[in-house]
Design a protein around this ligand. Structure first.
Ligand SMILES: *Cc1c(COP(=O)(O)O)cnc(C)c1O
Length: 397
């Protein structure tokens, strides 16, 4: 009888006890709003910002209501205006072009390589078309960041990084989010720290940081921040920056602070699982494993492989056969978007010419979540099931 997997791909770990206790303390005193402090109290949100700034090595950090909000705020604070073109990845998730659209700006999509990173040749070709690149480290795959920054610096393109899948990752020892002008992270349930919803923005740029704080809805209470610039920076921007409320509250911040302390250890646990999947799938005929560069310290919170140049019907067969054995694969090549899988051609509010080379890669991308509730044995079983089903469909071709 064939093996079946019975785990749940969307089940994350519970909030650590220290986070539950910290949350209970906030609930008991009732001061959930980040600017509601008494005496010399330092709000949980302000402490989280200070700690996340230290974690990434950034000068400034702002906690906000979601990752998408952090991206939009970074773009706005960087001066992106309605109608401005913004370069971004063709392979990413919907909140990325959505954040650009929320400003009335216009996405210009850059292709995806077989390494699932942004296609740097396509970027070099299109760099003259915009002043800003919103770089999404989609599914945690980090491109050659030295080459990317060289292309962007030469073209006068400023880089905002979407680190929703690279919180805790690094490239050549530089934390992800620290190459560009600013970076956004998400603390939504499916990311690397879980507060239900939430986001973080980091930057070293004083003006951008001050604008972001005011944009997020600080009123004139910005002096209660601890990872923000001094009052002079706010004097320069406070009358000309609108309040577009999107603050993080103290309850979420309280839940996140203990998770930040555990993050490095969690990253190692994700990567142990990733390596088991990788070892189990490597060598499967017809299946391409994504080779991870030496310079990349990634977070294996999800796993991708390619069924490159397979006919659609056969990929669909693999997905169905795996599903029948309890293994949920998300396929970015499917004609209609489902769940989280949409592509540049699904975002029809953007006019985007077809990108045949990217279409070829997107058609073959299969994706699975790796929650930490899976054991190493679970991952080995998942890999056996995928390898067997890919093998069976491949051989029947
Ligand atoms: C989740 C995600 C976001 C947005 O984060 P939210 O907190 O859900 O708004 C942005 N980019 C990518 C790649 C994501 O996966």
């Amino acid at each position: 009888m064939s093996e079946r997997f019975t785990g749940v791909f969307t089940q994350q770990e519970p909030i650590p006890e220290a986070g539950i206790e910290a949350a209970m303390a906030v609930l008991r005193h009732g001061r959930l709003h980040r600017y509601n402090t008494v005496g010399g109290e330092i709000a949980e949100a302000a402490r989280l910002e200070e700690e996340f700034a230290a974690f990434t090595g950034a000068k400034y950090c702002l906690a906000v209501s979601s990752g998408g909000y952090a991206i939009a705020t970074a773009l706005r604070a960087a001066g992106v205006r309605p109608g401005d073109p913004v370069l971004t990845n063709a392979f990413t998730l919907a909140p990325v072009p959505g954040a650009i659209a929320s400003l009335g700006a216009v996405s210009v999509f850059v292709g995806v390589s077989e390494a699932l990173t942004i296609d740097l040749d396509d970027l070099a070709a299109k760099a003259g078309q915009a002043r800003v690149l919103l770089l999404s480290h989609m599914r945690g795959h980090i491109c050659d960041m030295e080459r990317l920054m060289a292309i962007c610096d030469a073209a006068g393109v400023r880089v905002i990084e979407d680190c929703a899948h690279t919180m805790g990752a690094s490239w050549n020892g530089v934390p992800s989010g620290r190459h560009g002008l600013a970076a956004a992270y998400s603390t939504q349930t499916y990311k690397h720290m879980n507060s239900g919803e939430g986001g973080l923005l980091v930057t070293d740029d004083e003006d951008l940081a001050a604008r972001a704080v005011i944009l997020s809805g600080s009123y004139m209470l910005y002096d209660r921040h601890r990872a923000a610039p001094g009052p002079e920076a706010f004097e320069r921007v406070k009358y000309v920056t609108p309040n577009i409320s999107g603050r993080m509250d103290n309850l979420r911040a309280a839940i996140l602070r203990p998770q930040l302390r555990d993050l490095a250890a969690q990253v190692e646990r994700w990567n142990e699982r990733y390596r088991v999947l990788e070892a189990g799938l490597r060598g499967t005929p017809g299946l391409t494993v994504i080779e991870r560069p030496e310079a990349e310290h990634f977070v294996g919170s999800s796993f991708q492989f390619l069924l490159l140049d397979w006919p659609e019907t056969r990929v669909a067969e693999v997905v169905a056969r795996c599903a029948a054995r309890g293994v949920e694969l998300k396929w970015f090549g499917e004609a209609e978007p489902k769940g989280f899988t949409s592509r540049y051609d699904s975002w029809r509010y953007v006019e985007a010419p077809r990108m045949p080379e990217s279409d070829r890669v997107l058609a073959g991308i299969l994706d699975l979540r790796v929650p930490l509730t899976f054991s190493l044995d679970d991952c080995a079983l998942i890999a056996r099931i995928i390898a067997a089903e890919v093998g069976a469909v491949y051989q029947s071709a």
